[in-house]
Design a protein around this ligand. Structure first.
Ligand SMILES: N[C@@H](CCC(=O)N[C@@H](CS)C(=O)NCC(=O)O)C(=O)O
Length: 214
């Protein structure tokens, strides 16, 4: 049964799922929702996802939301030869820990900045709050810099890479609105080189948020 992927451009959580679908080579139908047109609060969407967020996947009458759970589902449901949780039991547990840490700490730090920079009008910016948010994000990034021992966050490219990359990419994207945020200049050397490896993945451009290309 064909998988439908409900996606919203710019969502780091939806981007994670898109990268995972492409990595595993799972066929899917992409449905891009419009935040501004209220697609997420339409009854048919709320029936699949009462939290009115992207991503959601659906296969017939089965639907699933929460990006971390979706990656686990894709891994168990689709044996394509490409895995999201490679390695030994301990390696796979470490990937799950990294996904959890990325959602619990790095994404929380990002969302604080998103609220203050993207979702607040420029004339109402609280520069002290933004500076504190930047500091908190960079402190988190330093921890993740320490976790990167090889080319990827796992023994191979894995769910943790697909989770962490979009979170950092959205933070860097905010520099378009506030250039002196300058998180790019504060990236550690290992994360900076890893981001280049992610950007070189054959399906990277396909998954790049469409409205960022404009
Ligand atoms: N924990 C969720 C977060 C999803 C999320 O926050 N999605 C945002 C976009 S980044 C959204 O759809 N927001 C729309 C809304 O809340 O109405 C996941 O990992 O899937």
């Amino acid at each position: 049964m064909a998988l439908t992927f409900y996606y919203g451009s710019g969502s780091p959580y939806a981007w994670r799922v898109w990268l995972a679908l492409e990595h595993k080579g799972i066929p899917y139908e992409l449905k891009t929702v419009s935040f501004s047109a209220g697609d997420l609060t339409k009854p048919e969407y709320l029936a699949m996802n009462p939290r009115h967020k992207v991503p959601t996947i659906a296969e017939g009458d089965f639907s699933l939301y929460e990006s971390a759970a979706i990656l686990e589902y894709l891994e168990e449901q689709y044996s394509t030869g490409k895995v999201l949780f490679p390695g030994s039991v301990r390696h796979r547990a470490t990937i799950r820990r990294l996904v959890r840490e990325a959602d619990e700490y790095l994404a929380h730090a990002l969302e604080r900045l998103v609220d203050h920079v993207l979702f607040t009008k420029q004339e109402k910016w609280d520069l002290q709050e933004i500076a504190a948010g930047r500091k908190a994000f960079l402190e988190e990034l330093a921890i993740f810099e320490g976790y990167l021992r090889g080319d990827w966050f796992g023994v191979e490219l894995c769910a943790a890479d697909f989770t962490i990359f979009p979170i950092i990419a959205l933070c860097l994207r905010m520099e378009k609105k506030k250039p002196d945020l300058n998180v790019t200049g504060a990236l550690g050397p290992k994360i900076a080189a890893w981001m280049k490896r992610m950007q070189a993945l054959p399906y990277f451009d396909k998954t790049y948020p469409p409205h960022w290309k404009a």
